[in-house]
Design a binder for this molecule. Sequence first.
Ligand code: NAP
Length: 246
Amino acid sequence: MKQVVIVTGSGRGIGAAVARQLAAGGHAVAVNFRSDRQAAEELVRTVRAAGGVALAVQADVADEAQVTQMFDMVEQELGPVSALVNNAGVTSRMASFMQTSSTTIENVFRTNVYGTMHCCRAAIDSFRRSGTKGVIVNVSSVAAATGSPNEYVHYAASKAAVETFTLGLAKELAPEGIRVCAVAPGLTLTDIHAVSGEPDRPARLAPKIPLQRPATPEEIAEPIVWLLSPAASYITGTTLRCGGGL
Ligand code: NAP
């Protein structure tokens, strides 16, 4: 087995594509989910049927105790964790800032920012215990650069926080040989747009993208998997924008 990788929020969407590509590359994958157990277990079954190693593990990344339990379980079942993808993320229904409640804003920050930080803390502990020069890839968004006005500025701000956190943490950990990077996807074909109230958002916005189309989850997973690999051994603190020209 090459690496043991936890991919948060990987029962579906971009995370599932990352998990599938990692498993196909011979890595053991922990498929984290919060509520959609069926999707996560189905993905694990598919990986195992193809001869790969995968484990479905439930945890709300916003809850530090659940994150600790997740890492303990993965270490017991798969061995020391050597990589983490902080993919779990949420938006909320599209609205202007003043139409968005404080509770909604706090929920988005709990998953996108605190969840990323809780998982990084647990991963760094795990890397240090096992003496692994681990690697972390955080999933940001092109929204961090555009601000997402009248859609979800709080979500955009949460992703900007993820990028700044990535930069600083990478510098703190570089002397230990631990790398921390981020990928900022643009518009990608997943369920996230339906949850934010407009399932057809990718089709509406496609003409504004220089490549004239949204990404598939697989097209975002490829650079994430590459950043995890030794091929990216001299890259840390970098956010790789994957926005089709945006
Ligand atoms: P998605 O299809 O809505 O899937 C989100 C995943 O995150 C689900 O597996 C969900 O788990 C999980 N999740 C949400 N909150 C969680 C929590 N608190 N703890 C654990 N898991 C949690 O989303 P996606 O489009 O694939 O997005 C993946 C990442 O890419 C997110 O960080 C998102 O912000 C970012 N992104 C997406 C786009 C896009 O256009 N799709 C663009 C830029 C950035 P359950 O299935 O159990 O609910």
